[in-house]
Design a protein around this ligand. Structure first.
Ligand code: GLY
Length: 578
């Protein structure tokens, strides 16, 4: 069993947090926590029978126990999802949503979209005032900020199709963790303490997740209300959440503060199976998430954009490598702003965006001499076109079935609003819609019609759960939280392995940088780019800013001796194998 990794760092949505007061306060507070423990050397041990890598040690243990009981990767994923709700309230969830990418041991692929949906009463301009201006924080820290949750239905769907143990066995470990409590990590204690003001302000009269005198590492977090909610899910499946007592409690919470989610919204929610989108990169096959994630398409565009260049000769994070990747990112995020949205509402031009000739043409407009200003890069055109907090886990079982799931409440602790009596936090995923064309969301992302608010529509996501094959066999399982930086973190982790020859842990540890078209700046984890590289790029016109942390990648690599995990030292992420 691998050792537990416990290190502090900032939340991954720090990059654009200043765009709203809500996120600013949260992120500013966490900036004081960026004290990194003395590093241990990466453990590159391998395991033949299975591996779980996720955000919290207790949840990884739950997943590993399920694998050891004979459960498959999907069984373990379901148990981990519920265990993360208890142990990682910043992002683990039953009232959020997410995406699963699945590859069976025999190579069959599938994806499950359990992204939240806009409630039936949502409307395009719901976050604008009478002058048409976006109302600060309304899409983040109110009951209107919540989309109809998808996670419980997603887990029930995944179980129906692929589960092999009993459903109750998969939910019970989370109930035990909630009822008996678990000792919290230093990071969770710090995050809870910094969230305290918002918890009090947004939940008058309730003291859930608050502790007199503040939390400290090792304190026991007991969540009895949540244990009762999880028991209903254990006993009644999806109906334990979308009908009856919990649905009543969600509807009552909404009524208490102008929220929009109704019992009918809950009952009508259904996760959707969608075929994976696939692409190739230097002989590898990339299996990833289709819209309403922008992540899969953007990742494939990025890989196409850099494929013909000698990255490994240039070297990891050297100036040519960084310049090329940044210019690719600039163009791909410009496309994202215009063309990506919920495919059930908007015709996403998938084939055009993934046409290698299109991406080659896009890259032909950049010059090695100077940065291309983002203002001069519009979303591309093509003939025939019609029109932070998150968490990730990667699991592989003994047979070789692989699951890559990214799931989210959006902001840290979601909207920070609890469902009274039910013991869980609501998402603030409505902020992932474009409230108004051209106005950035919490992550600084802009959008337009493709991602405008409509009743029943899913908001665009950057989540990029991905599985990679080499020579027809499973090679890597990858993904991360991090809002807009998710796509570029997955992109970099792949290149770190395929082009720069890193093992899984080193690839996860490696420092990252990011560009997203607007704002026109390169953000880097301090030290990602050395001084000489920064000097060359700055001279060419690139604006480079240090930020605290980018992404929390949890990934698995298949090596000749077994599964090799990479658990991100930026969080409490933990890899366990057997
Ligand atoms: N809430 C972040 C994302 O879905 O991209």
């Amino acid at each position: 069993m691998d050792r537990l990794r416990k290190m502090n760092s900032n939340p991954t949505n720090r990059l654009t947090a200043t765009r709203t007061v809500f996120s600013f306060i949260f992120i500013l507070c966490l900036s004081f926590l960026n004290t990194v423990d003395a590093r241990q050397l990466p453990d590159t041990g391998t395991y033949k029978n299975g591996m779980v890598v996720c955000a919290m040690p207790q949840a990884s243990q739950v997943g590993l126990d399920i694998l050891k009981k004979g459960g498959n990767a999907v069984d373990a994923a379901i148990a981990v999802q519920f265990a993360l709700e208890v142990t990682h309230p910043q992002a683990g969830n039953i009232a959020g949503g997410g995406f699963m990418v699945y590859r069976s041991a025999s190579g069959k692929t599938n994806t499950l979209d359990f992204r939240e949906k806009a409630p039936a009463a949502a409307s395009r301009n719901m976050f604008l005032d009478s002058t048409g201006t976006v109302i600060p924080n309304m899409s983040l820290a109110t009951r209107q900020a919540s989309g109809v949750p998808g996670s419980v239905d997603g887990m029930a769907e995944a179980f129906k199709k692929y589960g092999s143990l009993k459903w109750a066995e998969l939910v019970q470990p989370a109930i035990d963790l909630a009822r008996n409590g678990f000792p919290i990590t230093r990071k969770l204690a710090a995050d809870l303490n910094y969230g305290r003001g918002q918890f009090i302000k947004l939940n008058p009269g309730k003291n859930y997740l608050l502790k007199e005198g503040g939390w400290k590492e090792g304190d026991l977090l007991v969540q009895e209300d949540l244990a009762k909610t999880l028991e209903l899910i254990r006993d009644k499946g999806r109906d334990g959440f979308y009908k009856g007592k919990v649905a009543d409690e969600i509807a009552a919470e909404m009524k208490a503060g102008n929220g929009l989610i109704t019992k009918a919204d809950l009952e009508n929610y259904h996760a959707v199976w969608r075929p994976a989108i696939t692409g190739s990169y230097k002989g590898y096959r990339i299996i990833t998430m289709p819209p309403p994630s922008s992540g899969g398409i953007a990742l494939l565009q990025l890989l196409q954009s850099v494929e013909s260049y000698p990255l490994s000769r240039w070297g990891f994070n050297r100036d040519s490598t960084v310049q090329l990747m940044v210019e690719a990112e600039r163009r791909v995020y410009a496309d994202r702003s215009k063309y990506l949205g919920d495919p059930d509402f908007y015709k996403v031009p998938v084939d055009s965006l993934l046409n290698p000739a299109y991406n080659k043409k896009r890259m032909s407009t950049f010059s090695w001499a100077a940065a291309t200003p983002s203002q001069s890069v519009l979303p591309g055109t093509f003939a025939g076109y019609e029109s932070d907090q998150t968490t990730h886990y990667s699991i592989v079982d003994k047979a070789g079935n692989a699951v890559s799931i990214t799931t989210t409440l959006n902001g840290g602790f979601g909207s920070k609003i609890f469902v009274g009596g039910a013991g869980f936090l609501l998402n603030n995923e409505m902020d992932d819609f474009s409230s108004k064309p051209g106005v950035p969301n919490m992550f600084g992302l802009v959008g337009g019609k493709a991602n405008s608010i409509e009743p029943g529509k899913r908001m665009l996501s950057s989540m990029t759960p991905t599985i990679i094959e080499k020579n027809g066999r499973l090679f890597m399982v990858d993904g991360t939280p991090g809002g807009s930086t998710i796509i570029t973190s997955v992109f970099q982790t792949i290149l770190d392995v395929t082009d720069f020859g890193m093992d899984m842990q080193h690839a996860v540890d490696a420092k990252r940088f990011h560009h997203q078209w607007l704002p026109d700046e390169v953000t880097e984890e301090k030290g990602a780019l050395d001084d000489a590289t920064k000097a060359i790029l700055t001279k060419k016109g690139y604006v480079i800013k240090d930020i605290g942390g980018i992404g929390r990648v949890d990934a698995i690599l298949v090596t000749p001796t077994g599964y090799q995990g990479g658990a991100d030292p930026r969080g409490d992420d933990t890899k366990l194998g057997w």
